[in-house]
Write a new protein. Structure first.
Length: 308
C-alpha cells in the first residue's frame, strides 16, 4: 500500500502527542511507578473494550503472547525511567536524555538482529556522547535526571527493535493490548520492589490520585498511548522505517518547546544545555538520512554486479 499525505500528517500528529506526554507527566503529582501503573491499567482496559466492540480476535499464539508481554515489561521500564527523570529534574533534561534513543538503536539493532555495525553509526554515537558530556558538565545538578532520561532512551530503543518483528503478523490494536497488559503486570511486580529498594515499605505507595491527576492520567492512557501506539504500528505498513524514524526524532524538540511554553522559567536551562542538546538532536536527525543514503547506494551497487 502506498502512503498518502494523510499518513504523513498523522505521523507528525502522533509525534507531537508523544512530545506532549512529558508535559502531562510533569503535571501528574503521584510518583512515576504509580503513574505508569494507572497509565497501563487504563490503556489495556480501553483496548480490551475497543477490541471487544470491533469483534477482533485476541488469539496470537502462545509464543508471540509471551514475547509481546515481555516487550510490555520493557515499555514499563521505559516509562518509569522517563517519568522519574521528569520528577527529579525537568522535562527538557529528560527529553535531552531520551534523544539518545537512536544512538542506542544503532547498537542494539545489529546486536539483536545479528547484522554488521555501520561505521557512521559509531561516529554519530561519539557525537552523541560529546553532547551528553556538555550537558552533564554544565547541568551537573540534573545529573540523575539526565541519567534516567538516557535509560529511558535505551529501553525505548530496545522496545522498538524487538517490536518490529510483530508488525506484519498481528492486528496493531491486539499487539498494543498485550503490550499494555505486559507493561501493567510488570509495573505491579516492580511497585513493591521499588519501595523495598528505597527502604520505605509499601505504606509509601501513593495509589490515590489527587486533583487533576485522574484527567491527566486518562489523557496519557487514551490520547498519548492507545491511539498513537496502534496508529504508529499501522503506519509501518505504508511508510518506510526511514520516514518514521526521521519524524519520531522530532519528539524531543516538540516536547522541549511545549515545556518552555507551558512551564516557562522552570524549564529555562543554560546556553550550554541547548548546545549539547542541539548536538545530540543533529546527530539523531542525520542518522536516518545517512542510513537511507548508504542503503540506496548499496542497492545500486548490487544491481550493477553481473550475475553468472
Amino acid at each position: 500500500m502506498k502512503a498518502t499525505p494523510k499518513d504523513y500528517l498523522q505521523l507528525h500528529f502522533i509525534v507531537f502527542i508523544w512530545g506532549f506526554t512529558a508535559v502531562l507527566g510533569a503535571l501528574v503529582t503521584i510518583p512515576s511507578v504509580e503513574l505508569v501503573f494507572y497509565r497501563t491499567l487504563f490503556a489495556f482496559l480501553s483496548l480490551w473494550l475497543i477490541l471487544y466492540l470491533k469483534k477482533t480476535g485476541f488469539s496470537i499464539g502462545r509464543g508471540d503472547f509471551l514475547k509481546i508481554l515481555g516487550v510490555g515489561v520493557i515499555i514499563a521500564l521505559h516509562w518509569i525511567t522517563f517519568f522519574a527523570a521528569i520528577k527529579i529534574s525537568t522535562v527538557s533534561v529528560c527529553l535531552a536524555g531520551l534523544a539518545t534513543t537512536s544512538f542506542w538503536t544503532s547498537f542494539l539493532e545489529p546486536l539483536i538482529r545479528r547484522t554488521k555495525l555501520k561505521w557512521y553509526e559509531v561516529a554519530l554515537g561519539v557525537v552523541v556522547i560529546g553532547g551528553l558530556y556538555i550537558i552533564f558538565k554544565f547541568e551537573f545538578n540534573h545529573k540523575m535526571g539526565l541519567f534516567l532520561g538516557v535509560c529511558a532512551g535505551f529501553f525505548g530503543a530496545l522496545f522498538s527493535v524487538i517490536n518490529g518483528r510483530f508488525v506484519d503478523k498481528h492486528d496493531p490494536y491486539v499487539i498494543t493490548f498485550y503490550e499494555m497488559l505486559g507493561a501493567f503486570l510488570g509495573t505491579v511486580v516492580m511497585l513493591p520492589l521499588y519501595y523495598y529498594i528505597l527502604g520505605e515499605g509499601l505504606s509509601s505507595v501513593q495509589l490515590v490520585p489527587t486533583g487533576m491527576d485522574v484527567i491527566y492520567i486518562g489523557l496519557l492512557a487514551l490520547v498519548c498511548t492507545v491511539y498513537p501506539f496502534a496508529a504508529a504500528i499501522e503506519l509501518m505498513k505504508r511508510l518506510s522505517v526511514f520516514t518514521i524514524n526521521l519524524t519520531v526524532n522530532l519528539e524531543p524538540i516538540y516536547g522541549i518547546i511545549l515545556a518552555v511554553i507551558i512551564f516557562g522559567a522552570k524549564e529555562t536551562m543554560s546556553s550550554q544545555f541547548y548546545i549539547g542538546t542541539a548536538i545530540i538532536l543533529a546527530s539523531v536527525i542525520i542518522h536516518p538520512v545517512l542510513d537511507h543514503y548508504y542503503k540506496r547506494r548499496k542497492e545500486r551497487l548490487e544491481r550493477q554486479i553481473p550475475v553468472n
